[in-house]
Design a protein around this ligand. Structure first.
Ligand SMILES: Nc1ncnc2c1ncn2[C@@H]1O[C@H](COP(=O)(O)OP(=O)(O)O)[C@@H](O)[C@H]1O
Ligand SMILES: [Mg+2]
Length: 223
């Protein structure tokens, strides 16, 4: 489902080269649940962003669902993301001027789904994350945990085969984290391919494979 070959990422700050990912080679079969671990600054977010096509590698190749993302233009990448990948950011990234229902509907409107189908799917997804009573609220009227749950519902809108989540429970209280764990369990049981960067041991228990990053390289253990 996802593979990377010789993936490299560095940033240039003036003349200084900041090497963030070094020779990352991973292979993730369909329907696997992958946890990405590693200390803060080890490159987890960068790796997830590159796999999802939000960011580009400096060198090497990324293939998702049989498509190489390496030399694609932005238009292809945003279309591909919208149809095949659900991404949950650490900072939720909901559209502040749209209601909960509108945020969840957004990816389906982008792919021009019929409005009846959109309405039914929004209801189903909001139920999955347990926010039926918040449909008409705006993101600013929700707690962080509730916003994260909306972000999950939005990520699942187009029923993507690959779901990426970047420290989804990092800032959440126990109740909201438990709800997110439930959603992740559901995705695993449905046979979705899931990649989660997290330090959460409850989530790690679901993993078929744990990938540890250390200073931008694959490592065998956390320390
Ligand atoms: N736009 C950027 N410019 C320069 N350095 C960056 C940029 N984005 C991230 N980095 C650096 O890349 C490293 C990895 O960051 P990140 O992928 O966010 O790690 P993690 O998610 O594991 O905390 C960090 O040292 C960070 O400072
Ligand atoms: Mg990060």
């Amino acid at each position: 489902m996802v593979s990377t070959k010789g993936l490299e990422k560095y940033y240039l700050l003036g003349t200084k080269k900041i090497h963030v990912l070094r020779d990352i080679n991973i292979s993730i079969p369909k329907a696997q649940f992958i946890v990405v671990g590693g200390q803060s600054g080890s490159g987890k977010t960068t790796l997830l962003n590159i796999i999802s096509g939000i960011d580009r590698a400096t060198a090497g190749d990324v293939t998702v669902a049989g498509e190489s993302l390496t030399s694609r233009d932005e238009e292809f990448l945003s279309d591909f993301r919208c149809n095949h990948i659900g991404f949950v950011f650490q900072s939720y990234n909901l559209v502040s001027t749209l209601t909960v229902a509108e945020n969840v509907a957004f990816p389906m409107e982008w792919t021009r789904k019929p409005s009846q189908e959109i309405e039914a799917r929004v209801t189903e997804l909001i139920k999955t994350v347990g926010l039926e009573h918040r449909l008409k609220h705006f993101p600013s009227q929700l707690s962080g945990g509730e916003q994260q749950r909306v972000a999950f519902a939005r990520a699942l809108a187009n029923d993507p085969e690959l779901i990426l989540a970047d420290e989804p429970t990092g800032n959440l209280d126990a109740k909201n984290a438990a709800k997110i764990l439930e959603v992740l369990q559901l995705l695993k049981s449905k046979g979705k391919t899931v990649i989660v960067s997290t330090h959460d041991l409850e989530i790690r228990r679901l993993a078929d494979q744990v990938i540890i990053l250390k200073d931008g390289k694959l490592a065998s253990t956390d320390e």
